[in-house]
Ligand binder design. Structure first.
Ligand SMILES: [Zn+2]
Length: 281
């Protein structure tokens, strides 16, 4: 009976004993009992083994966790790396677009600064055709815009400027009419929309929204700048538009493609090309 009573006490104390939380007096009491009691010895051994097993299990779990973490970190590293490459590629594209567009706009401005030039533009939309022809020399000009439409009178606008004299005439079929010259623009080279304005910052903003492809147009190296359904073909040498296309879109204002082809000649305009138009029929 005495044995049994001590067994209960010792077994209660064993967990603390294993964890070395018991004091010396208790320890010697436990050890004394263990010497004599095989039952409690077994329980102690089992307890110790159980603890070992537990810690082994914990180690395995920890290892799994570490392995998983390693794998996860590797994946995360790869993702960060891939994302970095994507961002870098995007930045390179934007920067190179900005460089191309800045270079084109500088060339275009230089071309437009030329005081002696001839430009002819053909613009088609379905069966409609308009032809713009412009002679420019030292700020003087003679520009005609003729619009041909099926089953309609041909309309012709003439803009003339020499020194201080400005004349604008509208011809509708056989009718001729003088217009106020200030109402309508003179015969400038068709401005290159978007590219020639805004400087580098404007070009950067533009680079974010447009697509640029290098190509050949009418046998010349050019860049195609695409903004939504609007395509501009720019001569790589002059920065000037060779062709502009507005693609027709479903349920939109533009129901047929509008195509405009440009032709430029520099330093060929003579004074005799800028002839004062006759107001009388
Ligand atoms: Zn015992």
């Amino acid at each position: 009976m005495k044995e049994n009573k001590n067994c209960k006490i010792v077994q209660d104390l064993l967990p603390n004993y294993i964890d070395k939380l018991t004091n010396d007096e208790t320890n010697s009491f436990i050890e004394e009992h263990l010497k004599e009691c095989q039952g409690c010895q077994k329980i102690l051994e089992n307890m110790k083994r159980g603890l070992d097993l537990d810690s082994k299990k914990l180690d395995e779990n920890e290892l799994k966790y570490v392995k998983y973490n390693k794998k996860y970190n590797k994946k995360l590293k790869f993702l960060k790396y891939a994302l970095g490459i994507i961002i870098l590629t995007y930045l390179i594209i934007i920067v190179s677009r900005t460089i191309i567009m800045t270079s084109l706009s500088i060339k275009a401005q230089n071309s437009q600064a030329n005081s002696n030039y001839y430009v002819k533009a053909y613009s088609y939309q379905g069966e409609n055709l308009s032809i713009k022809e412009s002679y420019n020399k030292n700020g003087d000009y003679l520009t005609t815009l003729t619009v041909y439409s099926p089953n309609k009178e041909t309309i012709k606008l003439t803009y003339y400027k020499k020194d201080d004299e400005k004349i604008t005439i509208l011809e509708n079929g056989n009718k001729k009419q003088l217009l106020n010259p200030e109402e309508i623009l003179g015969g400038k080279i068709t401005p290159i929309s978007g590219v020639s304005s805004g400087g580098i910052f404007g070009n950067l903003q533009y680079a974010l929204i447009v697509g640029i492809n290098s190509d050949y147009c009418n046998g010349r190296k050019c860049y195609i700048i695409r903004n939504d359904n609007y395509y501009m073909y720019l001569d790589a040498k002059t920065g000037l538009a060779i062709r502009e296309v507005t693609k027709a879109t479903k349920n939109e204002v533009v129901q047929q493609d509008i195509i405009t082809d440009y032709e430029y000649k520099f330093n060929i305009v003579k004074d005799t090309d800028i002839v004062k138009p006759s107001i009388n029929n």
